[in-house]
Unconditional design. Structure first.
Length: 388
């Protein structure tokens, strides 16, 4: 089976295919985040990385990308499965809900375009619960209703997502007006947060909250032993908005923390240090990256090749592997030829180029911050001189 993964992130989709024992001949990944690409290639060196989805097109059995301003054939052959997890910020009920007007969520149109161009036998598109209007627009484009699955059934995390897929579909259109994704709910493994915690001796001091952070915590309420949905800003630490998951090791119960603002949204894609906190005895701490990997049913240290903040961010954007493996269990494997990867295209250069772009962006931000600080200092000097 030849697979094209769009917005592939750390390629939990590939992990799920392997876990479901689906044979893969070629796995092509479209992703432009350098840290996600690093993690994916560390775990799956055979991935063909093709960069930004906006530069991809498929014509006459060939996948073509714009590489160094030149259109380059990267793969020749049939693509049997497209999987995609496009950005959710515009669709999320926790955000500004701009929908397709949000430039990030509007990228889902490239998923529709490539599905239309490639016409794979199977596809799977994932996103967050959203307004009915936005959900219907995606359904209209894919001509199939989604199935809603909560990761809590297979993990220690409450994470509800919508999945549009023709892997198993029911064409009884009298019910919805469209075919609908006919994937049964996975069996409840009854995993709770205490099941995935590392023993205290394995947890470094840096994961414990400061007194200042602890002072922001006000109220605790039960959450059935499950962690809140991991989000990508977890590394930013305790703030005034996020739901915090804690555990009391003496009773092993999961809890949600309410902030003084009394807001309690689920964890979005800002995992690790910001939204999921843990109590050990009477001391609060954050979830470790390994524990976040376990919440996403990934192998321990899957993301260890990048910094903690990037591990949290990438895990917050990832799929829960066992949910995707459950969906893939309904696949009828396709035995297509492996196709041909162009020798003129070096996928490792895509990662190096992306990392270099990221370094340039960081340097620009630093220069901008320095200029702003200098402007503030100059303004303060002028203000003081006038007062004198």
């Amino acid at each position: 089976m030849n697979v094209l993964s769009l917005f592939g992130g750390i390629e939990t989709g590939y992990v799920a295919l392997k876990r479901a024992k689906i044979p893969v001949k070629r796995y092509i990944s479209s992703e432009n985040n350098p840290y996600a690409m690093q993690i994916a290639l560390k775990n799956h060196p055979d991935i063909i990385s093709v960069g930004d989805v906006k530069n991809l097109r498929y014509a006459y059995g060939q996948l073509i990308t714009l590489y160094n301003d030149i259109e380059t054939i990267v793969f020749s052959g049939k693509i049997d499965l497209i999987i995609a997890g496009p950005p959710c910020q515009g669709f999320s009920m926790a955000g500004k809900k701009k929908g397709f007007a949000d430039h990030r969520s509007a990228l889902i149109k490239h998923v529709f375009r490539l599905i239309e161009e490639i016409k794979p036998k199977y596809y799977l598109v994932e996103n967050v619960p959203m307004s009915r209007a936005n959900q219907d627009k995606i359904t209209d484009s894919l001509k199939i209703e989604p199935v809603r699955i909560n990761s809590a059934l297979v993990s220690a995390q409450s994470r509800t997502r919508l999945y549009w897929s023709n892997i198993k579909e029911n064409r009884n259109i009298e019910l919805f007006g469209f075919a609908y994704t006919d994937i049964a709910q996975p069996s409840d493994k009854k995993i709770v947060l205490s099941d995935i915690l590392q023993p205290p001796e394995e947890v470094e001091e840096k994961y414990y909250l400061s007194q200042k952070a602890e002072n922001k915590i006000k109220q605790v309420r039960s959450k059935a032993g499950k962690a809140a949905c991991l989000d990508a800003n977890y590394a930013k630490g305790v703030d005034k908005r996020g739901a915090r998951t804690i555990v009391l090791t003496d009773c092993g119960q999961g809890r949600q923390l309410k902030e003084r603002t009394k807001k309690l949204p689920p964890l979005r894609n800002n995992t690790g240090r910001s939204k999921n906190n843990i109590i050990v005895g009477k001391k609060y701490r954050y979830l470790t990256p390994i524990e976040c990997e376990r919440l996403q049913t990934l192998p321990d240290n899957y993301t260890e090749c990048v910094s903690d903040s990037q591990r949290y961010a990438m895990l917050g954007k990832a799929w829960t592997v066992d949910v995707i493996a459950h969906i893939f269990s309904f696949l009828d494997p396709v035995h297509s030829p492996g196709g041909v990867v162009s020798r003129l295209f070096d996928p490792t250069l895509v990662v190096l180029y992306s990392l270099e772009e990221e370094k340039i962006k960081i340097e620009k931000r630093k220069r901008k911050d320095i200029a702003r600080d200098q402007q503030k200092a100059l303004h303060l000097i002028m203000k003081n001189s006038k007062m004198q």
